[in-house]
Design a protein around this ligand. Structure first.
Ligand SMILES: [Zn+2]
Length: 201
């Protein structure tokens, strides 16, 4: 997941990342639509994956990243909000309460945003890096990020849940730092990503 107000930094930094293994998978890649596989035991490979994902998430100022977004179809996600990093292995949402609608974006669908209704409070059960079962509770933005990342691991994207007529592109910034936006439709947005994919190689 990405914060609307951090997005301006994203484009420049992503283009500096030259190693292909650091590339975030963009919309249209089938790995984003597959249900990721359970991890089970937390091996050194899993710890290395978490550390790589954390580095990538931070380099693009994301709030969260799922392993399939870097092409690894396993149930691993990282979320970092207000300086607090949470690594989630085999996460599942065990309870959800309340509802709140807010704008949401995704590192795999750059510059596209839309309004998505999410619970205001969630409880997630997962394994931590030590392999221990943990309970993670999230309110507000953290609840939203946890839902967004668990959705990724189930092959779902925020555009699936975005309210109709609310999708827009972030096209720039005013001098005051306010986002400049341009409305779009899901159909048009997907066409833009498909075209980008065609020229990316
Ligand atoms: Zn995402």
């Amino acid at each position: 997941m990405i914060d609307l107000h951090e997005e301006e930094h994203e484009i420049a930094i992503v283009s500096d990342v030259c190693s292909p293994e650091l590339k975030i998978v963009q919309y249209g890649h089938p790995v984003l639509r597959r249900r990721a596989a359970k991890v089970g035991r937390v091996t050194q490979d899993v710890k290395d994956l978490v550390s790589r994902m954390t580095g990538i998430m931070r380099s693009v100022r994301g709030l969260g990243l799922a392993a399939n977004q870097i092409g690894v179809p396993r149930r691993v996600a990282v979320v970092e909000i207000a300086g607090e990093l949470t690594a989630l292995i085999d996460p599942r949402i065990v309870s959800a309460n309340g509802e709140e609608t807010a704008d949401e974006g995704c590192l795999s669908l750059p510059r596209l945003y839309g309004r998505v209704q999410r619970p205001t409070h969630v409880v997630v059960r997962a394994r931590n890096l030590a392999g221990k079962q943990v309970k993670v509770e999230g309110e507000g933005l953290l609840a939203r990020a946890l839902c967004h990342e668990v959705d990724h691991l189930n092959g779902k994207l925020f555009v699936d849940a975005a309210e109709e007529g609310t999708l827009y592109w972030l096209v720039g910034q005013t001098e005051e730092g306010e986002p400049l936006t341009q409305p779009t439709t899901l159909e048009d947005a997907l066409r833009v990503f498909a075209a980008a994919r065609g020229t990316d190689g």
